[in-house]
Design a protein around this ligand. Structure first.
Ligand code: SAM
Length: 288
């Protein structure tokens, strides 16, 4: 049987053992190694420009809004008074773009390990960051997120881990040590959210994170959203909070906060964000 890894004219993602995802490469725009990972950008007629790192889809122009809206607005609106946000990873700038849409957010620190991803995303995927890198509220730090949280003395209201999967440089961002240090940077009703893979394909990854969150946070769970190019069904976002209050916020209050924020979105609404925490049995079964 033909190994799907090499199909001329297609980018074949083999993130999972028994599964491959092929995306037509109508035009290859960039293909190079940084000193950390292999960067490729190509254009696909359906998904627009697609960024892969070490062969794994990171972001596509067509469906990135779902992921970035759900990982920013859900915790920021639930928190209700988030002024300082920390993003770990996020080199394409999409997470920073969405977080900075909140006028109430006064400061975003973004810690990205690979300067090449930032520079190159500005050139080849400018629509993803859409000016976020020029926002005076953004403090871009080129560093390993696991190193950053070791020595950081700042505090944050919301921390968003927008990392690659737990392979290569992203692996350290899925450890109890990292989660514990990140938690120590939260204040008040602080919330930590994480990119936590597609539970149907990466269930153990979610269980591991939730086990760590159960030991660390007063309130812990995950929430779901389906991003078409993260293959295998809904993606899980880890959620850990210093108190129960944010997730217990009534929908009417979430909607009032959202109306005040005055942000246009194509996926997130307070009702969608709240409903995303309703977990189907196969995901609940992964919780420790
Ligand atoms: N949406 C994607 C996903 O769900 O897999 C993530 C996109 S974003 C491009 C992932 C970023 O994490 C990349 O820019 C990568 O360089 C960065 N990254 C990986 N490991 C990191 C680490 N240890 N510290 C900081 N950034 C890291």
């Amino acid at each position: 049987m033909t190994e799907p890894r090499s199909m001329p004219g297609w980018s074949v993602e083999t993130l999972h053992e028994d599964h491959a995802q092929a995306l037509r490469e109508a035009t290859l725009l960039y293909d190079s190694e940084t000193d950390i990972q292999r960067l490729r950008v190509f254009r696909n007629p359906t998904f627009g420009r697609i960024l892969t790192l070490d062969g794994v889809v990171q972001v596509t122009e067509a469906d990135e809004f779902i992921y970035h809206e759900m990982l920013t607005h859900t915790p920021i609106i639930a928190h209700g008074a988030a002024k300082r946000v920390l993003i770990i990873g996020g080199g394409d700038g999409g997470m920073a773009r969405e977080a900075l849409k909140h006028r109430s957010v006064e400061h975003v620190t973004m810690v990205e390990i690979d300067a090449g991803v930032v520079e190159f995303s500005k050139t080849y995927l400018p629509g993803i960051s859409n000016g976020a890198f020029d926002d005076p509220r953004l403090n871009l730090v080129i560093d390993d997120g696991a190193e950053f949280v070791k020595t950081c003395t700042d505090s944050f209201d919301v921390i968003i881990v927008d990392s690659t999967d737990p392979i290569g440089p992203g692996e350290v961002l899925f450890t109890d040590t990292f989660y514990g240090r990140a938690k120590n940077l939260l204040t008040g009703n602080g919330i930590l959210v994480t990119q936590n893979g597609v539970p149907f394909m990466q269930g153990q990854e979610l269980t591991n994170t939730m086990r760590a969150f159960k030991a660390l946070f007063a309130d812990w769970t995950c929430y779901l959203a389906t991003i078409p190019t993260y293959a295998g069904g809904p993606m899980a976002f880890g959620y850990g909070a210093l108190s129960d209050a944010p997730r217990a916020t009534p929908l009417a209050e979430l909607e009032a906060r959202w109306a005040k924020a005055g942000i246009e979105t194509r996926y997130y609404t307070p009702a969608v964000g709240q409903a995303a925490f309703a977990l189907p049995g196969y995901v609940s079964a992964l919780m420790p």
